[in-house]
Ligand binder design. Sequence first.
Ligand SMILES: Cc1cc2nc3c(=O)[nH]c(=O)nc-3n(C[C@H](O)[C@H](O)[C@H](O)COP(=O)(O)OP(=O)(O)OC[C@H]3O[C@@H](n4cnc5c(N)ncnc54)[C@H](O)[C@@H]3O)c2cc1C
Length: 508
Amino acid sequence: MIVGAGPVGLVTALLLARHGVPSVVLEAAARRDPSGSKAICFQRDVLDVLDRVGCAERMISRGVTWTTGRTYYRGEELFAVTFPEPGRSAVPPWLNISQAEVEAHLRDLADAEPLADVRYGHPVCGLHQDERGVEVDAGATVRGSHAVGADGGHSTVRRLLGIPFPGRTFADKFLICDIRAELPFPSERRFFFDPEWNPGRQVLVHQCPDGTWRIDWQVPGDHDLDAERASGALDARIRKIVGDVPYELVWSSVYRFHERRAATFASGRAFLAGDAAHLYAPFGARGLNSGVQDAENLAWKLAFVRRGRAPESLLSSYDVERRAAAGENLRVTTRTMEFLVPHTPGQRARRLEALEKARTDPAAHKIIDSGRLAEPFWYLDSPLTTPSGALDGFPREPGAVRPPVPGVICPDGPCVVSGEPTRLRRLLGTEFVVLTAARHAAELQTDVPHRVHALDDIDAEGVLRAALRAGPDTVHVVRPDGHLAGVLPSYDPGAVTGVLDRACGRPV
Ligand SMILES: Cc1cc2nc3c(=O)[nH]c(=O)nc-3n(C[C@H](O)[C@H](O)[C@H](O)COP(=O)(O)OP(=O)(O)OC[C@H]3O[C@@H](n4cnc5c(N)ncnc54)[C@H](O)[C@@H]3O)c2cc1C
């Protein structure tokens, strides 16, 4: 049972369906409101998850790809960042497309999926569980083996489970306008500190499909959108950026940020995912992107447990892994917000000093924080991960290439399986993937669902071996969600099944 047919609820249902697990999705709204858009930036590894549910190709064909983020201070470019990738990905590092459009794709896919039963107009208002299942009151009583609360920031499921949601709400306001116009800007993320058209504050500009642009201003706490619209001040504000060209205002909204994390993401057979579990400031695009990663993390574990391939205790790793990921996201966004919206004279002075210094000193660029962009969390300390040894340099600088060590998401790259060209990430989703030398490529004596591939056979171009830093005997065990469960320096079937057992939550 999934509560909430937002993007995270629908992705959960579609991923479960790939595993052959049926779900009922209970949505309070009579139908989804297609207007407006919150998220626009989709990260590469999240696009791979969306590829597995069947909508990444549509998104990529419609969306605006960008590979560079530029940061300006008072009209002067300070620096640009690009997004290195180990291996060779088939999807862009970043794609801009409206959340509303992605939700429409997900709804179409769910409508066509016999294993996903989406019921609109079913607000959940009660929840009970026992050792065999969960029952919710959604007008009618619905019972399932497990429940996923993907019902957003005001989650009823979280309240019914009695899970606290500590954190804070920022007083500062931000204004978003999505406008349609022909503008000469390139498709890049452009972040302006203290531009002459928003003195003392910042502005973020992003290109979106269909000639639309997302402009995001930091505005004073007493900002009144309706009054600005009525007085013509909003038009003047937009014109300072777009100039004299005609434009159409597609959507506008004023919002405040929250930074909150549920005290636990699991209670018995019920789980929280997406905004129900965590809320972040959007600079860095962490909300929806990490919500999809919650869904991916939970779906394979639920499926393995329901199929009797893993003990119920595997599910407790969902809270461990995804709450740690949310903690890292909060650490990053808190730092960003302190830089973007300094509150004390000391913070303000440090920010000004850093911006001034960055004009002439490239070493100061790393202090300038306009929102470090989302990346998948490294499950280095997860109980499911078989560690390989000490890893220096974590947490690492933004833009660093992630090393192929246990806990990190595996790189992508082209490969050929059974004569068919494909890519590594396309082999993932429903079972473990073991990559090893051809002479060891036999199925293992275990009932953990897995597929063994001879790296030397499938890696026709050598991209994967290089990205995985594979030696002649190395064994890489990849989880269904793409994270490396273990990396062994040499082949030993007992050790490989040990990695698989541990990654399934079995005692080893
Ligand atoms: C301005 C802005 C910009 C953003 N930009 C980005 C970005 O670029 N990238 C990014 O990754 N994220 C971004 N985000 C965050 C992103 O929009 C959210 O993280 C995302 O919508 C969360 O999806 P969800 O499915 O968890 O929750 P929601 O989208 O809130 O969906 C929850 C669903 O549950 C339903 N529901 C609620 N209560 C009940 C109930 N009792 N019973 C049944 N159904 C119920 C609701 O009707 C809703 O359909 C942004 C957010 C904002 C505000």
